[in-house]
Design a protein around this ligand. Sequence first.
Ligand SMILES: *[C@@H]1O[C@H](CO)[C@@H](O)[C@H](O)[C@H]1NC(C)=O
Ligand SMILES: *[C@@H]1O[C@H](CO)[C@@H](O)[C@H](O)[C@H]1NC(C)=O
Ligand SMILES: *[C@@H]1O[C@H](CO)[C@@H](O)[C@H](O)[C@H]1NC(C)=O
Ligand SMILES: *[C@@H]1O[C@H](CO)[C@@H](O)[C@H](O)[C@H]1NC(C)=O
Ligand SMILES: *[C@@H]1O[C@H](CO)[C@@H](O)[C@H](O)[C@H]1NC(C)=O
Length: 593
Amino acid sequence: MLSSIFLVALLAPSVLAQSTVVDAYVSTESPIAKASMLANIGSSGSKSSGALSGIVIASPSTVNPDYLYTWTRDSALTFQTIIEQFTLGIDTTLRGEIDNYVGAQAIVQRISNPSGDITTGGLGEPKFYVNETAFTGSWGRPQRDGPALRSTALITWANYLLSEGNMTYVTNTLWPIIETDLNYVASDWNQSTYDLWEEVYSSSFFTTAVQHRSLRQGTTLAQALGDISLASNYETQADHLLCFLQSYWNSAGYMTANTGGGRSGIDSNSVLASIHTFDLTAGCDAITFQPCSDIALLNLFTYVNAFRNIYEINSGIPANEAVLTGRYPEDVYMGGNPWYLTTLAVAEQLYDSLIVWNSQGSLDVTNISLPFFKLFESSIAVGTYSSSSNEFRTLTTAVKTFSDGFVALVAKYTPPSGGLAEQISKNNGAPVSAVDLTWSYASVLTAFDARGGVVPASWGAQGLSLTCAGSPASQTVSVTFNVDVTTTEGQNVYLTGSADALKDWSTDNAILLSSANYPTWSGKSEFTPKSVPLYSLFAFFLVLVTVTVPGSTDVQYKYIQKDGSGTVTWESDPNMEITTPADGTYATNDTWR
Ligand SMILES: *[C@@H]1O[C@H](CO)[C@@H](O)[C@H](O)[C@H]1NC(C)=O
Ligand SMILES: *[C@@H]1O[C@H](CO)[C@@H](O)[C@H](O)[C@H]1NC(C)=O
Ligand SMILES: *[C@@H]1O[C@H](CO)[C@@H](O)[C@H](O)[C@H]1NC(C)=O
Ligand SMILES: *[C@@H]1O[C@H](CO)[C@@H](O)[C@H](O)[C@H]1NC(C)=O
Ligand SMILES: *[C@@H]1O[C@H](CO)[C@@H](O)[C@H](O)[C@H]1NC(C)=O
């Protein structure tokens, strides 16, 4: 008590003023954010216009942009928040909402859609109409983080119900939904995905991180429910995912958000991954990218700094103070502005870090996190500082002030109604883009909870280590695609299909087959995560004989013909389909349809 009075007395008046502003904002905005979030959930939400029971709309905005859809990702993150508020005793009125969400997801999972049906990839569909029908327009699909986030939310719920002794509901109602999502994650994580911003088709750090978390939680739940072989498969795939997660690190000091996209890769994707995989029991573990890990702090430093000079509204703010941040610095969507939820995510990562440092009674400054800590104490050196040290007090006090600064900016640019849009004008701070964004409200609640020291349930990040030797890269499955086709002069036969290695249904990049055994056209594919394309010349044709996809995968494909002018002729429907074996070789003997 004495020491905290002493500390407060040492703080500059502006810092005290800021903390008062943030305290006031937390108390006024909390109920507004909660009510506004619930208003966007059907069927009783006052702004959920037409959404069925348990369906979360992204925003009531119907023009410029039209967000009156339900996204699997946004819904799961919203319900992760609601489920945590209920299970941690913060708000005991939310059980009915959770039951409705469960009911809705059992239906949404089964909607056939352009990504497929429940067994052929449809779980990767990013968004649906709010009346639980498929959206069939063109979109960035699939987005493979959805099933991972949904299963994580439902496992968090299931664990609570198990602790209440409610095994029946978990087994009969929750587990079938969860298992369906986890099986999808376990089998398809190693395929390309659109990122959480729905723009880049490659591998994405956020997606990999939340997929890893879902399979760790799934392993424990499958064990608890007695399905040992399923648990073992989830654990094996989680080990592979954890290895893959390490590969995104860029030695320039940040996590590369996406392996494709042609951008810097600096992106709130990584900050969001750290807060959505926070586990106090893992401490400041770096391999699971915990909020207070040295790489996550350096990543935050790099990410925040990327926005200091690109938004007019941030000009003149000193380098050790908070600024508004956006999705990624190259963003141009709706003008390319700061976002409420990304700015709040920075604060949340730091509040999570403070929880860990205070809980473990010490703080590590490593040669990786040094630039971050030097923001607050230019003379700080690499070392471990116990909570009784002056360095610990100085750094944690400064980090708290810094993180409150992000919330203070959000408070400054929240209109008097308390309503939160998607973005904040980079020029004048006015709300921009979709009004009442559900995810903005959820991010307010989780950031405030973290500020208040709320610790979410552990998901099993503690004590993990890397066992990367048995990665799927070591398994090679050779598949030869043979198709009998009578062709005319100048006509060539190509293969395209539903996997990276089969060029993801591209006709431009489809695989040219060899006519060495005409009329059988052939191409041989090595189904392994290590890509080793081999090219050879056959007559006048360049023949690609080796492509890569993982083993034990359902693959759909079709043959196409192209003439000299590039005109494409497809085979008739339906698609051909095979399941690649786990090892060995496989050959198709197809006839052109
Ligand atoms: C569902 O909503 C969409 C978009 O508003 C509409 O086009 C479609 O007709 C609706 N379907 C049903 C079955 O109500
Ligand atoms: C188990 O949980 C479900 C979902 O909330 C609830 O409907 C049911 O009444 C609970 N059963 C028991 C025995 O508490
Ligand atoms: C699949 O996993 C391998 C091994 O971790 C990795 O190198 C490759 O980039 C992954 N591909 C995708 C699309 O996830
Ligand atoms: C950082 O510290 C690690 C050991 O803690 C050491 O192996 C590494 O060489 C150091 N890197 C730099 C750039 O000093
Ligand atoms: C295709 O033919 C080869 C050679 O006759 C045979 O070994 C293989 O099993 C056949 N593949 C299928 C899927 O029937």
